[in-house]
Write a protein that binds this ligand. Structure first.
Ligand code: HEM
Length: 409
């Protein structure tokens, strides 16, 4: 029997809690070819170069047929089609610009900043929920409900529908990790139901627009037109999914990292302005998205002594790049005060995370309140139990104990 490759061992759930020594081995050869033909890229400069290379494609139709057959289908009948995260320029850029009209500068320069009081309010309410107890679960009680409430508010999903949402989102996220026929069927059923729900909501907002993004999508006519039909549905599903588990993991990974580095938990308690640096370093040190598994290329690319062949699948291991000692000084040290903290946690290039300003703000507010209000916070289990996904990696639960809940400042 042949030895499993380093990448196979990284994907293995047994190594989920600490894949970092394996990433170190992986980086010894920046570009590797797996037995199934996938090219795995693990060093900072190579990942960054590929993310900016116009020969790289996010469109699954550029995979050679032998690989496309194994790739997750995105256009199941009745479900929303491919969203702009799976498109290449110029189509990608056009849709991203239309979507961005409702989210950021130049058309909505204060959208994220305006959400600050609401974000504070949601976190305060969730942390208040720990009062009267001495133990809780940071994931179930805070890291999970917070981003769900935020993304629902942003898009205009009524709060009473949030629980239905989680039930649809889970099978979709599960399918990103491992695609079995059973998971695929559940994912497609969830996508269909979510798509139908969002379609109904879009109709309502067309009649009765509010301040939310969905109302903007269905009423605003920019120079490049509106999103309609399947494109609108695919975009809404993308925003919901992309803004969901990733942020949950950032808050959970951040809390775990601070508990493992109590000097930084204490510094954050005393100096809340450090939250910006703390979040940036958590993004580098324990990123929520460990790999980007959905790339291919439209021409052969020579790199690090290998040829990445046209049409083959490419996996970019962002989490390995973030700890590349050739690029980052003391890469395995958690140091929020490091200078020039550039990382790959939000990707790079044309697909750079659309929601990064919001995700950063959410995590800054959540980690600050955790540090300031949960007195003498301690981990119950180290390592905590992890979610199955090697791609969207984070604890499924983070049980903690504390002495008391301090009032919000
Ligand atoms: C900690 C939280 C988050 C992390 C770590 C994260 C990470 C990423 C990464 C790595 C990409 C690049 C994907 C690729 O190149 O294929 C991405 C893209 C994207 N993210 Fe995020 N994300 C987060 C939060 C959010 C939020 C809150 C939203 C929505 C409000 C969002 C919306 C998107 C969208 C729409 C894209 C696709 C952009 C494009 O293709 O042009 N993300 N994200």
């Amino acid at each position: 029997m042949t030895e499993p490759s380093i990448f196979t061992r990284i994907v293995d759930f047994a190594n989920r809690a600490d894949p970092y020594p394996l990433f170190q081995q992986l980086r010894e050869q920046p570009v590797r070819r797996e037995e199934d033909g996938t090219f795995v890229v693990s060093t900072y400069r190579e990942i960054e170069a590929l993310l900016h290379d116009p020969r790289i494609s996010s469109d699954g139709s550029n995979l050679l047929p032998e690989y496309a057959a194994k790739a997750p289908p995105t256009d199941t009948p009745g479900s929303p089609g491919a969203s702009f995260i799976r498109m290449d320029p110029p189509d990608h850029d056009r849709i991203r610009r239309i979507v961005n009209r409702q989210f950021g500068p130049p058309h909505r320069p204060t959208r994220v900043a305006d959400m600050y009081p609401d974000l504070e309010h949601i976190v305060t309410r969730l942390v208040d929920g720990f009062a009267g107890k001495h133990q809780g679960d940071i994931v179930d009680d805070l890291a999970y409900p917070f981003p769900v409430a935020v993304i629902c508010e942003l898009l205009g999903v009524p709060p009473e529908d949030e629980p239905r949402f989680s039930a649809w989102v889970e099978p979709i996220v599960d399918s990103i990790a491992q695609l079995t026929p059973d998971r695929l069927a559940k994912r497609d059923a969830a996508l269909r139901e979510l798509g139908m729900y969002l379609f109904g909501l879009a109709q309502q907002r067309r009649q009765n627009p509010g301040p939310d993004m969905l109302s903007g999508f269905v009423t605003d006519d920019g120079p490049e037109g509106r999103l309609e039909g399947p494109q609108l549905m695919a975009t809404l599903v993308l925003l919901l999914i992309a803004g969901h588990e990733t942020t949950v993991n950032l808050i959970a990974n951040g809390t775990l990292t601070l508990l493992r580095h109590p000097q930084w938990l204490e510094r954050l308690r005393q100096e809340p302005e450090l939250s910006i640096r703390v979040v940036e370093e958590v993004l580098r040190y324990e990123p929520s998205v460990h790999f980007l598994p959905n790339r291919t290329c439209v021409a052969d690319i020579g790199m690090a002594g290998m040829t990445i062949t046209k049409g083959a699948p490419i996996t970019l291991v962002l989490a390995a790049g973030n700890r590349d000692p050739e690029y980052v000084r003391d890469a395995d040290v958690f140091d929020p005060e490091r200078e020039n903290n550039q990382h790959l946690a939000f990707g790079s290039g044309v697909h750079y995370c659309f929601g990064a300003p919001l995700a950063r703000l959410e995590a800054q507010i959540a980690l600050t309140q955790i540090a300031q209000r949960l007195a003498n916070l301690r981990l119950v289990e180290d390592p905590p139990p992890y979610r199955p996904s090697p791609v969207l990696r984070g604890p499924i639960h983070l049980p903690v104990t504390f002495d008391e809940v301090k009032p919000a400042g």
